[in-house]
Write a protein that binds this ligand. Sequence first.
Ligand code: FRU
Length: 498
Amino acid sequence: MYTELYRNQFHFAPVEKWMNDPNGMVYYEGEYHLFYQYHPESTVWGPMHWGHAVSKDLIHWEHLPVALAPDQLGYIFSGSAVMDMENTSGLGSAEAPAMVCIFTHHDATAKEAGAEDYEVQSIAYSVDKGRSWVKYDGNPVLANADKIKDFRDPKVIWDEARSRWVMVLAAKDRIRFYASTNLLDWTYLSEWGQKYGDRVGVWECPDLFPLTVEGSEEQKWILILSLNPGGPNGGSGTQYFVGDFDGERFIIDDQFAKDIAEGKGVWLDFGPDNYAGVTWSGIPQQDGRCIYIGWMSNWLYGQEVPTDAWRSAMTLPRTLSLIHSDGIYRLRTEFVSELNTISAARLEAKTFKSIKESKVLLNDITNKGYRIYFETNRKEDLTFGLKFSNEIGEYLVVGFDGAIDNYFIDRSKSGAVDFNESFTEMLFAPIGYTSEKIALDIVMDSASLEVLADEGSLAMSTIFFAQQQYNKMELVVGAGELSETSIKLYPLASIWNK
Ligand code: FRU
């Protein structure tokens, strides 16, 4: 168990069977809850359940029994969870507040029969820290009166300023907002998005949350939206928008709207493998972080990847913050600091004044997982790649192409790739916030690579299936010269079987 080929060593994954979106992330009494779309009968998608796990540190996970199973109203699709501390719903009590899951009931039979209102919103609750669950007997709590075919993935937040709950919902190619004082009765507020967001795919898994701009008192609201297809490197992808929320409607920031009008869609992650992510609810104020996790796969090939017992993993949990420079707002992504708990002391540190030709940087990496900080001066027309390879000729390259000002990932020879033809395509991401250095924070696990660049304003996540671990790292120089280059490598330990 957890020693299989392609098994990530420090990313959440089910022991077996199919998993997609993260759901219902909520923190309560020392535990981070993570639910997820789960099909316990198969390694491909099917009647959706909510799987469940908890963690005390966002890194080590304990598997719990399936929390929610399909019923007469349908499959249990994606959604969120909140702690009803004031017992607004009356479903808990002062001593035992209810943990409330708000999810989509998807009636597959009605859909097949041609109905249009086959998706509705329902709730379930637990008064024992998520260990046992009761579906509310008044479900659904939000019917699909307008008969919208894709009407799903409720994310519920507490609107502090107006002391009420707000639900953000994907409704075909719009985001809808609803309000409630008790989680049971919902009133329509507004819809947003007609002009924005990619139009190609289905809109899914929205999120809405406030962030204070780093170094100021200014507060902005972030709206997250997953689209499939329409992602920046094909298939699934997650966009975000910066603006304001007045309790009823979302108003996009002018500059942000201009960027989008010019075709500069802003993606939470430019890699192909980070989808349907949303943020944790209930993070204590003294912590104050906005913590995000996504499904580390893509609907293009997620059901075909060559793992046997299980399919897919989540991204590392990440913190999101907001940076503002030259009138432009961008999200900053960082890996949660708890990752340091599995990080060993530095294994290697090297610095180079100048590099003009390709060279081997490390050739005896023994750990399956590691974190690399790489830095070099940003220069015009500099093109280079960091090539990770093994002894059987498989390799993965992450690099920067100065001719087009794009980062890139080449996974075309990374290992098993022939399960889907789109998997070998080159992956690109335009530069984010620029600074004097190109600084990369790279986390490598047995079957995934996550890269943060440009002050965290750019993230790229990708999966791969190498048949042996990559133990060699080379710097490949394509054009120009690298100066003031440094590399540090920290081994990361496995989180399983401890
Ligand atoms: C996103 C999604 C959601 C839906 C769920 C079904 O990946 O399509 O919109 O609720 O997966 O499993």
